[in-house]
Design a protein around this ligand. Sequence first.
Ligand code: NAD
Length: 343
Amino acid sequence: MTTPIPATLIPGDGIGPEIVDATLAALDALKAPFEWDRQIAGLGGVQAHGDPLPQATLDSIRRTRLALKGPLETPSGGGYRSSNVRLREEFQLYANVRPARTIIPGGRFDNIDLLVVRENLEGLYIGHEHYVPIDGDPHAVAMATGVNTRQGSRRLLEYAFELAIATGRKKVTIVHKANIMKALTGLFLETGEELWARKYKDRIALDTVIIDACAMKLVLNPWQFDVLVTTNLFGDILSDLVAGLVGGLGMAPGANIGADAAIFEAVHGSAPDIAGKGIANPTALLLAAAMMLDHCKLTDEATRLRQAIDATLNIDKVRTGDLGGSASTAAYAQALVSRIKNG
Ligand code: NAD
């Protein structure tokens, strides 16, 4: 019998519980040996415990070191700090790995197979912000501080080079804005170039590109890229851009990898506009579950899950509304489960 793998499950907010149900159905059909410890966070945490990241949730992840997470709602402007950012800090989840691969052929862009590796703990994204009052206006000036460290940059870049080599990739592109933010992103670029020259130059090609040019090139000719490695805020934006190349946010999974834990999730948010309607596309979270299976060395199960998703979308043509279909989340999950069981 396979050894059970303890894992934390956070259904999350909005469409979270709907796409988590679909993902659990698929994992059950695969007989994946996860032993789930169900916990809450985000808006659900605020409503139940007055805390978007309750202690019990943190304790659970500290114990299992592994989690599958639905999206968590974060209010814009005021309100509480993002539970996602707090989770990344708490468990030092320094690498955010976001693959974008074409599953449904014939779209605007075909044969896309990109990997964005985003630094997850530093940069301008860390939310160190304040206002400066002037002439009675308490919010006259808004200021944000970005922090990049050589050690943090090196750790992430090293992870990206190792992952790229281990998965047979040909080229790593460092995305930066070192022409303008010479210190903040210059440090990241310089650390990457130095690391590559010292350790990786015989094993993989390196390229560098400025973020604005990168955005344009990704739209004009995304096939020129392979692995993109970048700082936190640029990675946040680029990973949504590459999700758009493969059919939108419903198709984009993500893994937050750290020294103390690994948390798998969809790139998208809680989609409040469609929550509760039973029409959300669970594919992104299903692909995140496949990454989680890979992480646990359950490679056969991961491959079977990806093949079943492919067959459900392309042979059975069971698709949710965001992909131009009319299937509900539950109908898609049902079709997927029968593909897993019957091939
Ligand atoms: P969103 O990703 O939730 O939604 C953007 C658009 O994409 C919406 O029109 C939505 O309906 C659609 N969409 C997203 N996922 C979909 C799916 N699986 N199937 C079909 N359509 C889908 O972004 P938003 O509206 O800017 O954010 C909503 C909330 O989610 C915010 O509180 C935000 O902070 C949070 N958020 C959480 C995470 C996370 O937990 N990792 C990530 C991003 C945003």
